[in-house]
Ligand binder design. Structure first.
Ligand SMILES: [Zn+2]
Ligand SMILES: [Zn+2]
Length: 241
């Protein structure tokens, strides 16, 4: 939407809670009820996958899952535990016509990112792609909207189409870990190898569930020569909520 028109709408319509749509005091502010239900992910956490720990195990400590099978990405960080109002925000961006939510999500993600987004490393933002058929149906790729908001807020470089989805995948909701991994095998392709070679790639998505998508993307990005692959999402499913 054109910025002047958005500014006009902001003047006329009262701001609403990004999760429950109740009227609130200011833009991008949660109502008191929703705010209390948000669970921010903070240290201590697994150095690799970002799963939060109950107590501090020291710098660089890994969770049991990462010790058993090291993920192909260098690190994953998320702002919030998936569920409740965090889930409502994700669904609002995905299925509703509420693209301004990307701004708030990106702000929370930039805070949670830690060193992966440091400017000196020249991070390259790459959104997890949608297949074009789904893009046509939905009108926008939520990961691309968030990545564009992150670029505006952090100044990091954005490569919207560095990664493509070569085929549509069936919905993965309700599938277990192994089934999800099978679901995304061979699905992603690097369309712009020169852009990612030697770079620190920040893979951007709305939610991390089993990590199967992140793993599949990290695999092809590394094969294309990415020096590092980090994953940044608004929310994630935690193993020990
Ligand atoms: Zn609310
Ligand atoms: Zn871990």
């Amino acid at each position: 939407m054109l910025a002047p028109l958005q500014a006009l709408i902001d003047l006329v319509l009262p701001p609403r809670c990004p999760a429950c749509r109740r009227i609130v005091d200011g833009d991008d502010r949660f109502c008191g009820d929703c705010w209390q239900q948000l669970v921010f992910i903070t240290a201590p956490q697994c150095a690799r996958c970002g799963d939060p720990f109950d107590h501090d195990l020291g710098a660089g400590a890994l969770c049991g899952a990462c010790l058993a099978a090291l993920p192909r990405y260098d690190s994953a960080r998320a702002a919030l535990v998936y569920g409740g109002p965090a889930r409502d925000v994700i669904l609002g961006l995905k299925h509703g016509d509420r693209q301004h939510l990307a701004r708030l999500m990106a702000r929370a993600m930039a805070r949670a990112a830690g060193p992966m987004l440091e400017a000196a490393a020249a991070p390259l933002l790459v959104p997890v792609p949608l297949h074009w058929t789904r893009l046509v149906r939905r009108g926008a790729n939520q990961a691309a909207l968030i990545a564009a908001a992150l670029r505006r807020q952090t100044g990091a470089e954005l490569a919207l189409f560095a990664l493509i989805r070569a085929r549509a995948t069936p919905a993965s909701r309700g599938l277990g870990r192994a089934a999800r991994a099978r679901n995304v095998r061979g699905v992603f392709r690097v369309a712009d190898k020169a852009r990612v070679t030697g770079r620190r790639v920040i893979l951007v998505d709305d939610v991390l569930t089993t990590g199967a998508t992140a793993e599949a993307c990290a695999r092809v990005l590394r094969r294309a020569g990415a020096a590092e692959v980090h994953v940044l999402t608004f929310a994630r499913v935690v193993r020990h909520p």
